[in-house]
Ligand binder design. Structure first.
Ligand code: ZN
Length: 219
């Protein structure tokens, strides 16, 4: 704690030691040693890297190496993981998958941005476009040519009765848009090499097409 005075170091340790702050606010990893001085959350090193990508929302500092002044320590004391969670995670849809520390960076970044940057869960109904029987999530899809798995946004719409997926995170038009009633999905852990592997088969132009996907959690 270079340069810090003893009183603020002591106060910082007291806040840090609270049970609510002993797990990363974003992925649940034990013993976080970073914190956001603007959001007031205690986070792990890995999630602090994601926070650093959204500097307009979050300023991260090491709890061990950086100096925290009295006002910043007071801010952490007034916020902390429990209070901040009550605000930013107030209304998470039941189908929303909350990543943990074993999940990949892509999933965690999506979660962190949804939570703090887009504030999707602060108010009831903010997720309205998705509420209408629509499930959205990231699945790892095998590329047709090189066989490599890449994360892709998938959308399942009950109202429209179709499954769509997008090659780009912010794409407006889906790469495919298939009617659910022509889809056949089977679990194929061996074929795909993942316990949560799924083969989606559908008909297009009278030809059978296959998509191979998996999700890390199996949800
Ligand atoms: Zn974390």
């Amino acid at each position: 704690m270079a340069g810090g005075n003893e009183r603020s170091i002591k106060a910082l340790k007291e806040v840090w030691r609270r049970a609510e702050n002993s797990f990363c606010a974003d992925c649940g990893k034990p013993d976080p040693d970073w914190a956001s001085s603007t959001l007031g959350v205690f986070i792990c090193l890995s999630c602090s890297g994601i926070h650093r990508n959204i500097p307009s929302i979050s300023k991260v500092k090491s709890l061990k190496m950086d100096h925290w002044d009295d006002a910043q320590v007071q801010f952490l004391a007034n916020h902390g993981n429990a209070v901040t969670k009550a605000t930013y995670e107030a209304h998470i849809p039941i189908y929303y998958y909350q990543p943990n520390y074993s999940d990949c960076q892509v999933l965690r970044e999506q979660w962190i941005r949804a939570k703090y940057e887009r504030k999707e869960f602060t108010e009831l109904g903010k997720q309205l476009p998705y509420h209408d029987g629509v499930k959205e999530g990231i699945l790892w899809k095998r590329g047709r040519d090189n066989g490599q798995f890449l994360p892709r946004k998938f959308l399942l719409s009950e109202r429209e009765g179709c499954l769509k997926y997008f090659t780009k995170q912010d794409a407006k038009e889906p790469k495919i848009n298939i009617k659910i009633d022509v889809i056949n999905a089977t679990f194929q852990p061996v074929k795909i090499g993942n316990p949560n592997g799924l083969q989606i088969t559908y008909l297009k132009d009278n030809k059978t097409r296959n998509i191979f996907v998996y999700h890390e959690s199996g949800k």
